[in-house]
Write a protein that binds this ligand. Structure first.
Ligand code: AMP
Ligand code: MG
Length: 450
């Protein structure tokens, strides 16, 4: 799983494997100096950075990646600041195995003992996940392991005049999109909400928007809102409509890709996995608006007071770990690569740090982002209230009605959703069964019968 460039490289007794891509590399090249001359790929840049700075140099890397560095008898496994590319570890008696999918590490009877900087993967007693923003150093020979943090969510807040905050948000998001397209043509998954519309407008602004795409079902869609944006930009746009029950039947794919058991998060990810699978062509470079709500408090439309808004932001920023919402495997199962400008390190730092009064202002949620995008988007888009993907597509409600139809009592729906997710996970991750061989309805019947 990579962006397409050679993922491994060796030099000066060091082996490097980079799964993913680095962004904002010009500054890093400057810091590394002449050793970065002639360096072409991300893996080569990581190697050059390592040779100059060692393990703490991993803090300089800015990107969407998991990486492994082997030097002498030492193995270093690291994630990007937000762990957007999951990295799993099984440390057995005679080998350290690392993979970007937990299902690749099931089986075997060793592993699972505590390792600093890691957490057990859900449902898998011998597989551990390297934490977000962490580099774990392991010496297989002696069993020694230690970890450093390479990033933490900021806890302080900065106070800025409105115009300065707006200008900074515009600049940092524009740079995140530029760095992510880097001369390529991108597909944007577009709901017509402010987040994905911002990404579409900025990608179009640098001439990189090949197409935007929207998903709808027979239970709901946001097609008109997305169309308004594509028409405004004058860009190519495609709509994909599928039956809502058929969407829910693809849950084994969402569980296999996300490798999680949280039914709420699965409801957000399922429509995206379904859309990625429906897209014609392979190897698309996809940009999303995913994740803007976490540093901006967008999910907490009801939080009236700024103290509670900032507190939910602080909590959400310290609990995203392990949800795998940004995992590239979600689109990787369909042969595409995704990247998420709102979780660019500099964007995330800035949005998190802005004082909450810039996020809820003049009666509007995500105020600073809306103002930053005012010149690029239609007025209706700038003011459009948030609608979650699980709401707009009907994923939540139709999954619920399918459970009710199978005889589940309304009060039991949340617990049964979780049990279904756990049962699916056991098959597509725990036993690494192919998702096309696992029937949602059969798993539901088994869960209801027990
Ligand atoms: P949301 O839950 O609305 O914040 O959605 C997260 C991201 O998923 C958005 O920023 C879009 O990039 C994408 N998305 C949401 N809904 C749709 C949709 N109906 N069609 C295509 N992409 C979507
Ligand atoms: Mg939305």
């Amino acid at each position: 799983m990579t962006d397409g460039s050679a993922p491994t490289i060796a030099g000066d007794g060091v082996g490097v494997l980079l799964a993913g891509e680095l962004y904002h590399t010009a500054a890093l090249r400057t810091a590394i100096g002449s050793a970065a001359d002639g360096v072409r790929t991300g893996a080569e840049l990581l190697l050059a950075c390592w040779l100059r700075y060692g393990t703490p140099g991993l803090r300089l890397l800015d990107g969407r990646f998991a990486a492994v560095v082997v030097e002498g008898g030492t193995v270093v496994a690291t994630t990007d600041h937000a762990g957007t590319v999951p990295l799993y570890l099984r440390w057995g008696t005679d080998a350290i195995e690392l993979a970007t999918e937990a299902k690749a590490l099931v089986g075997g009877c060793h592993g699972g003992l505590p390792v600093p900087g890691t957490q057990l993967a859900p449902g898998l007693p011998r597989v551990r996940r390297i934490q977000a923003g962490t580099a774990v150093t392991m010496v297989p020979e002696t069993g020694f392991a230690t970890a450093i943090r390479t990033w933490r969510p900021p806890m302080h807040r900065i106070v800025l005049p409105e115009d300065v905050a707006i200008a900074r948000v515009t600049a940092v998001l524009d740079e995140a999109v530029r760095s992510r397209v880097d001369g390529r043509r991108a597909t944007v998954v577009l709901s017509g909400g402010i987040d994905s519309s911002s990404v579409a407008a900025l990608a179009h602004g640098v001439g990189a928007l090949a197409e935007s795409v929207s998903l709808g079902t027979d239970a709901g869609d946001e097609f008109p809102a997305a169309r308004i944006v594509a028409t405004h930009l004058g860009t190519r746009h495609a709509e994909f409509r599928i039956g809502a029950e058929d969407l829910v039947r693809q849950l084994p794919w969402a569980v296999a890709a996300a490798e999680i058991v949280d039914p709420d998060v699965l409801e957000y990810l399922l429509p995206l996995v379904v859309l990625y699978r429906a897209l014609p062509g392979d190897g698309r470079h996809i940009l999303t608006g995913y994740g803007a709500d976490i540093p901006l408090g967008g999910m907490h439309r009801g939080a009236r007071r700024l103290d509670s808004l900032d507190e939910v932001i602080a909590v959400d920023m310290s609990t995203f770990e392990g949800l795998n919402e940004l995992s590239p495997v979600l689109a990787g199962v369909a042969g595409h690569w995704t990247t998420h400008p709102f979780w660019d390190r500099a964007v995330l730092d800035l949005l998190t740090m802005l004082e909450p009064g810039l996020k809820r202002r003049h009666g509007r949620d995500k105020w600073v982002l809306r103002e930053a995008m005012r010149g690029l988007l239609p007025e209706t888009t700038v003011h459009r209230p948030k609608l979650g993907i699980h709401e707009g597509s009907g994923a939540s409600s139709v999954w619920t009605s399918m459970l009710l139809g199978a005889g589940v009592a309304a009060v039991d729906v949340p617990a049964v959703k979780r049990s279904v997710a756990i049962a699916l996970h056991e098959r597509v991750v725990g036993r690494a069964e192919a998702p096309e061989d696992v029937s949602f309805e059969e798993v539901l019947r088994e869960v209801v019968a027990n």
